[in-house]
Design a protein around this ligand. Structure first.
Ligand SMILES: *Cc1c(COP(=O)(O)O)cnc(C)c1O
Length: 400
């Protein structure tokens, strides 16, 4: 799964270009940088790789979502519908612009359940944010139809699904804006970093300014830039962008390896009739970063997880139901509205109300689900070995 597994000479060479000039900043210093523009080059590579006209790099995936929200005018009083199964970053970004994360149930796609989304729409709803979790996609046709009917914005959190597609379009390029994360454990990495993708020039121009203190970037002299609006510093550095530039050139290879390893593992698990798999709205577009599978019930899932723990083969397998970072069940800080700085009382009350709703429909899915991360470094023998042990643990759990 993570691009860091392939760190090598390509990454070192790109970083050395930057170290040789010492210009670590992405803007300005036109003379001394000797025409080395890693962030610009990476943005261009992203546009051509993913088939999108505009890309704005950021310091992280979280700041990419924040930037997308701000550029689309999402803020005070607005509700953003998002799934109860995601990484904490998704709701952090919504909160950071002053909007209310409206968490709703997932279905067996492990992404937004379109009918749960419909039921959650109110007069305050401004945006639907599907999260393409674990390498695969939400039902984008259904969500797009809902957005069109209700005049809502569509923002894709594609941070975990770089390289995945839906009916031929790259995930992250379908909505009004989309985001990738290039943090250290993502499909391709910059060490830290992220990007906003959009087809809309105005949205891009706002992202460009917002991530650099609101600078309009209109002239050659940074110091003379005007500030049409207030921004922040969510810039990526040249060093980080250099790593990404090496990684994006390997992305197609990463995806090939993932698909190959994923197929071997899936075929082995599919021999067990009690196991079912995540449904995937467009199976051809799965980036195969994870293989996500279901046991018949929670009890069996817990038993299998415990056996995997005992047999020391749990590493790289995720039982999200018990996980602090990815599922509503353990987000006590959100449920209790614990922030370091005060929120407005209305905002806090709305956030807490949304986080404390009934998520039993998601529980019924997540309590049975295990996701196996697909490594880039496995040899074919190693995949088969992993698969054999996994199958052994499952059979032991089922026969108990
Ligand atoms: C990784 C991730 C992010 C953001 O990540 P950063 O670590 O801030 O780059 C956002 N959403 C999801 C679903 C993620 O997995």
């Amino acid at each position: 799964m993570p691009g860091f597994e392939t760190w090598g000479a390509e990454e070192r060479n790109e970083v050395n270009d930057v170290l040789n000039t010492g210009i670590l900043m992405r803007y300005g210093f036109d003379g001394p940088r000797k025409n080395i523009w890693k962030a610009k080059d990476l943005e261009n590579a992203i546009c051509s790789t993913f088939g999108v006209p505009y890309a704005q790099l950021t310091s992280s995936g979280t700041s990419a979502i924040t930037t997308a929200m701000a550029a689309l005018g999402i803020g005070y009083g607005d509700e953003v519908i998002m799934p109860a199964f995601t990484f904490v970053a998704s709701f952090e970004a919504v909160l950071s612009v002053g909007a209310i994360p409206v968490l709703v149930d997932v279905d067996d796609t492990l992404t937004l359940n379109p009918s749960a989304v419909k039921n959650a729409i109110t007069s305050k709803t401004k945006c639907i944010m599907p999260v393409h979790m674990c390498g695969s996609m939400a039902d984008m046709d259904a969500l797009k139809t809902i957005c069109d009917e209700h005049h809502l914005l569509l923002v894709e959190d594609a941070c975990q699904s770089i390289g995945g597609t839906y009916h031929g379009k790259h995930l992250g390029t379908i909505g009004d804006a989309g985001t990738f994360s290039f943090d250290f454990v993502k499909t391709m990495t910059c060490g830290e970093g992220g990007v906003v993708l959009t087809n809309n020039r105005d949205v891009y121009t706002k992202c460009h300014g917002y991530t650099d203190h609101g600078h309009d970037h209109a002239g050659a002299d940074r110091g003379a830039d005007l500030h049409p609006f207030i921004g922040y510093n969510y810039r990526i550095s040249e060093l980080h962008a250099a790593v990404g530039l090496a990684q994006i050139k390997k992305l197609l290879d990463f995806l090939d390896i993932q698909r190959r390893n994923h197929t071997v593992l899936k075929n082995m698990l599919a021999e067990i009739p009690e196991i079912s798999f995540r449904s995937i709205p467009d199976p051809q577009g799965d980036s195969c970063t994870f293989l996500s599978w279901f046991l018949p019930d929670q009890e069996m899932a817990v038993r299998v997880v415990n056996i995997m723990k005992e047999e020391n083969i749990l590493a790289g397998n995720f039982y999200w139901f018990d996980n602090n970072w990815h599922y509503i069940r353990k987000w006590d800080h959100l449920k209790n509205g614990i922030t370091l700085n005060a929120l407005s009382p209305d905002h806090k009350a709305a956030v807490m109300f949304q986080a404390n709703k009934d998520f039993s429909a998601s529980d019924a899915i997540m309590s049975r689900c295990i996701s196996t991360a697909i490594s880039l470094s496995w040899t074919e023998d190693q995949v088969k070995e992993k698969g054999k042990k996994l199958v052994g643990a499952v059979l032991k759990g089922l026969n108990n």
